[in-house]
Design a protein around this ligand. Structure first.
Ligand code: ZN
Length: 261
């Protein structure tokens, strides 16, 4: 049985999600989208949930974006747009959470071929675990100017359940570890799980003071909503099989907004 507090958090999550969707519909393609992907499978039949995508669908998605004139933004370009709130049509930044090894083996060759910049949000404890990226592959990615490295915690925890000190350790400790191991500057963070259910107002306030330029949620929306979310809980768009199918067929209301350009 869930408590009244848990029920209220769920209702807050639901209302937040609807509000982000409403704003996204209002903005259409007038601002960049930050796409979020996880791991890759060899065929559509192997994809069991919305966080798995087949290699072929990913390639179709990327080639569609390129063919339709979408501009790929680096993390720094996205930051400048968000900071200045100077929006451009049809541009995107690509992010990968949890860093499955298939990002390196399947997605990276495609991204290299098209010259698409991207961010890897890395959880320390998942590196070198079965199915997740090896340190060897992560170091190779970190050396590529196309790749930015972002934090995703020391472990993959629900931040709402953490004390302030524990949260600081997850964020700042993870950032330091990545910077030492990879020799890169870690400027961004993605909240593990990333919904209002798992990330409290207090978590969102705290992340501002931890030396990141931007932080991301897993709530669907457009980054133009930053006037509401701030720079530390920016919405993203999950790239699932269903999303790729609808998006590449122009079925989304949002996509219709940029027809006849
Ligand atoms: Zn995650």
């Amino acid at each position: 049985m869930i408590t009244i507090k848990q029920r209220l958090i769920r209702e807050h999550n639901r209302a937040y999600k609807l509000w982000m969707r409403l704003l996204w519909r209002c903005y259409g393609m007038e601002s960049p989208l930050v796409f979020m992907a996880h791991g890759f499978k060899m065929s559509i039949g192997e994809c069991k949930n919305a966080f798995e995508l087949s290699r072929d669908s990913f390639e179709r998605f990327i080639s569609f974006l390129v063919d339709e004139g979408w501009r790929a933004l680096s993390q720094d370009e996205l930051f400048r747009m968000v900071q200045k709130r100077q929006w451009r049509k049809k541009c995107f930044h690509l992010t990968f959470d949890d860093t499955y090894d298939t990002v390196f083996t399947e997605a990276y060759p495609i991204l290299k071929r098209y010259g698409i910049p991207f961010t890897m949000f890395v959880t320390k404890d998942l590196v070198d675990k079965a199915g997740y990226i090896t340190m060897e592959h992560l170091k190779l990615l970190a050396k590529d100017p196309l790749c930015s490295i972002g934090g995703h915690g020391l472990q993959h925890l629900v931040f709402r359940n953490l004390s302030d000190e524990e949260m600081r350790e997850q964020c700042v400790g993870g950032k330091r570890w990545l910077e030492q191991e990879l020799g890169v500057d870690v400027k961004t963070f993605a909240f593990p799980y990333g919904r209002v259910v798992e990330v409290s107002n207090s978590n969102r306030k705290m992340i501002r003071k931890m030396g990141f330029k931007m932080a991301f949620s897993a709530i669907e929306g457009s980054v133009r909503a930053c006037w509401w979310t701030g720079r530390w809980f920016l919405p993203r768009v999950n790239v699932s099989e269903t999303f790729v199918e609808k998006f590449t067929q122009g079925k989304r209301l949002l996509y219709k907004d940029c027809e006849g350009r």
